[in-house]
Design a binder for this molecule. Sequence first.
Ligand SMILES: *Cc1c(COP(=O)(O)O)cnc(C)c1O
Length: 361
Amino acid sequence: MKFATRAVHAGLEPDPTYRSVIPAIHQTSTFAQPAVGEFVEDYDYARSANPTRSALETALGELEGGLGSSFSSGMAATHALLTAVCSAGDHVVLPNDLYGGTFRLVDKVLTRFGLTYTLVDQTDLDAVAAALTPQTKVVWIETPTNPLLNVVDVRAVIARVRAGGATPFVVVDNTFATPVNQRPLELGADAAVHSVTKYLGGHSDTVGGAVIVKDPEVHERVRFVQNSVGAVAGPFDCFLVHRGLRTLHLRMAAHAASAEAVVGFLKAAPGVVDVRWPGFSGMVSFRHPDAIGIAQRTKLFTLAESLGGVESLIEVPQAMTHQSVEGSDAAVPADLVRLSCGVEAPEDLVDDLRRAIGAGA
Ligand SMILES: *Cc1c(COP(=O)(O)O)cnc(C)c1O
């Protein structure tokens, strides 16, 4: 079936009790047992499993083509996957242009437990190959990258990494592309990770994360960490994200239309240089000497961190979201502006930017 059909139907089974078409919000911590150790499926305690969460996990798996697990944040998902796959002494290859929180988790937390890492420009396949060591357990790809929106060829990286006989576990942070535009498991990756806070939830009303893997054995390891650490998504959050998934394809098309109009304007706007847009999704970046002034003057584009919601947002990454990479090889330019183009009328978004950029000239 086509993606749009899958998006609308993924994970939806009529509720077994009342036949509700939409999964109930099972706001419960525990489940009554008819006899000691007897319970329905794996529902004994809600850290381990919850039916609202299971419905979302099924849907995430269907959309990415693997086995899904739902977390309380994108970072919790990233943490669970890295700790499920890696042990002390292992090495991870990271992109040199990556989400600041992923860098912070590896650099400040996981290195204390013996993980090592190398930052590399993943658009340079020779550099990726050169970064591999006999200890490399994971190659972490983020594409398009945040905030510079570089596009990494997932198939090419995997082919190059495996050409030398190495078989590291390949992960793609698919937050910016979404499964509408890119399905990493179909490209040969072992796992996809999401901040569902962004496009999958899509309404800026919840924080959440997801891991989707191909191998059932790795899935079990991720579930084991999830249950052991406990960073599970609550039932109401799962309900909201699952609701968001049903319009993902429509929203992504509208985000792209907004971005296209905005890029058309920015390319000819005074003082604007280095306009970047991968050609899909609503993420656009550009450089301008008055980056901070522009970000403070827009009215429709709200000055805020995060992205992927139906409303447009603007931010200055160096000062707002990427301070954790300041001074490292992953540092971003101070004059960079990042836009998350929402699904408002594109003309209104362009007018807002025209006023904000013009007023500073
Ligand atoms: C936001 C984000 C994350 C982290 O997700 P949270 O839900 O904020 O924990 C990871 N990767 C990318 C690309 C992101 O944009």
